[in-house]
Design a protein. Structure first.
Ligand SMILES: [Zn+2]
Length: 454
């Protein structure tokens, strides 16, 4: 007797779509084939007319502070309901609002806060000073965190010299550098000018952080990555110009990779007219043509991954009259798969295997989640049953996140997550969480080997 069989569905993997049943035992995938070739199971899940896919791996999620009010319990409930079975958050070393001063302590904090998680999780280590002791980097890697995030913007960002220095040190360790790229001088000058002029309306906001500032910083960062040989991951690519800056220096994805986020595919700057400061995130939403272009870059393979950059704030923290008083970031974990399915697959004809590559396989392989993002036999049974035909209208009323709004409010999308299994356990079904908090486990990640991207 085995634990579970998911029968009657269409399997979607990174390579193709085919009819098959899935056998699950002891938390891992035990077989893919015809049900009559499996042992009988104590539980059977009917996936007729549904897709059976690997759970989504979201490598860009903010939980448990400092810039997000979601706890792991709330944020990962949203994840589970949205078909996201693994999230990667951020561990800060020193920052003025933390009472610790090392990456190791920051990682421990995330692990501790993550105890009530519903989905599996890890974190990236945030570097705010390129001269950080090398032992801190080594300890993070030993503790299962082989990826380091840097910013080019904000007062905790580093300049190009700092970026090069940090890249050299991350490259020496064969780890991964993730970079938030926006040119701080251009953005700073423009923001100051907007404040002076009183251009506070949220629909002015995108002009304070223009796409050319993002593209300039991406261009510099990717050049430095090539010079230093570091494994480079460009974060939240928001438009055509920055995607092209990355593409210029990229060949096969074995050293240079990048993501976009669900909201850049689904929304454009007109959202600041509709939703005001609720839609403020950095980089900002761009032109409608940018959403099309980003989808094209995904299709051509110059962008690899779609994440959420999930950040939770309450409406009252967001909905400021002046855009610069709004909390930065939007919540998206519960919606990313249906939204990306709607925007990329239904509206723009992206294939299902590419959807799986961009949201499951590549994020797992890129960041060293060895047993995630795939339906291969022997890997974790992180599986979702997805109804590709069911339409839903998104509303914040069903938010599991502590955030009490959504930028997708009222948006009708095609596709809905029906069932989410993590290591063989049904964690969410029909819009309800099915387990107690704490099912999620911290994932000890290994140094990933970056080969040419499939
Ligand atoms: Zn982020």
């Amino acid at each position: 007797m085995i634990d579970t069989i998911i029968f009657g569905g269409e399997i979607v993997t990174a390579d193709g779509v085919f009819e098959a049943d899935v056998a699950i035992d002891d938390g891992v995938i035990a077989g893919i084939g015809a049900e009559d070739t499996f042992q009988s199971a104590s539980e059977r899940i009917d996936a007729t007319n549904r897709l059976v896919m690997p759970g989504v791996v979201d490598p860009h999620v903010h939980l448990a502070g400092p810039n997000s009010i979601d706890t792991y319990e709330a944020g990962t409930a949203a994840a589970a309901l949205g078909g996201v079975t693994t999230v990667c958050t951020f561990a800060w070393g020193s920052r003025e609002d933390t009472d610790w001063s090392t990456l190791e302590a920051g990682i421990e904090y995330q692990q501790k806060e993550g105890e009530p998680a519903f989905v599996d999780f890890s974190c990236h280590a945030v570097i705010t000073d390129e001269a950080i002791p090398g032992t801190e980097l080594d300890t993070a890697i030993e503790n299962g965190v082989p990826s380091f995030k840097l910013f080019t913007a904000y007062d905790f960002g580093v300049d190009n010299g700092g970026l090069e220095h940090a890249f050299e040190r991350i490259a020496e360790r064969d780890a991964v550098a993730l970079v938030h790229t926006e040119d701080p001088d251009v953005c700073g000058r423009r923001e100051a000018q907007q404040r002076t002029d009183g251009r506070s309306a949220p629909n002015e906001y995108p002009d304070s952080r223009p796409i050319h500032a993002e593209a300039m910083a991406a261009d510099d960062a990717v050049r430095l990555a090539q010079e230093t040989g570091v494994n480079y991951y460009g974060m939240h690519t928001s438009g055509e110009d920055s995607a092209r800056a990355i593409l210029t220096h990229r060949d096969d994805g074995s050293q240079i990779r990048a993501e976009t986020c669900a909201h850049y595919l689904a929304l454009d700057r007109s959202a600041y007219d509709t939703h005001g400061a609720l839609a403020v995130m950095a980089p900002p939403l761009r032109e409608p043509s940018d959403s099309d272009a980003l989808t094209e870059h995904l299709r051509r393979g110059s962008l690899d991954v779609v994440s959420t950059d999930h950040v939770a704030f309450m409406r009252e923290q967001k909905d400021a009259e002046a855009w610069w008083d709004a909390g930065f970031g939007i919540n998206g974990l519960q919606r990313s798969l249906p939204v990306v399915h709607n925007e990329a697959v239904v509206r723009r004809g992206v294939s299902y295997p590419l959807l799986v590559r961009a949201m499951c396989t590549r994020p797992a392989r890129t960041f060293g989640f060895e047993s995630k993002g795939t339906l291969e036999v022997g890997t974790d049974a992180d599986i979702i049953v997805f109804d590709p035909d069911k339409s839903q209208t998104i509303t914040a009323e069903s938010n599991a996140s502590l955030a009490d709004y959504t930028v997708y409010e009222g948006k009708k999308v095609q596709g809905a997550v029906e069932t989410t299994l993590i290591r063989g356990t049904v964690v969410a079904a029909d819009g309800e969480i099915q387990v107690d908090p704490g099912h999620g486990q911290f994932q000890q990640r290994t140094l990933p080997t970056w080969e040419a991207v499939q």
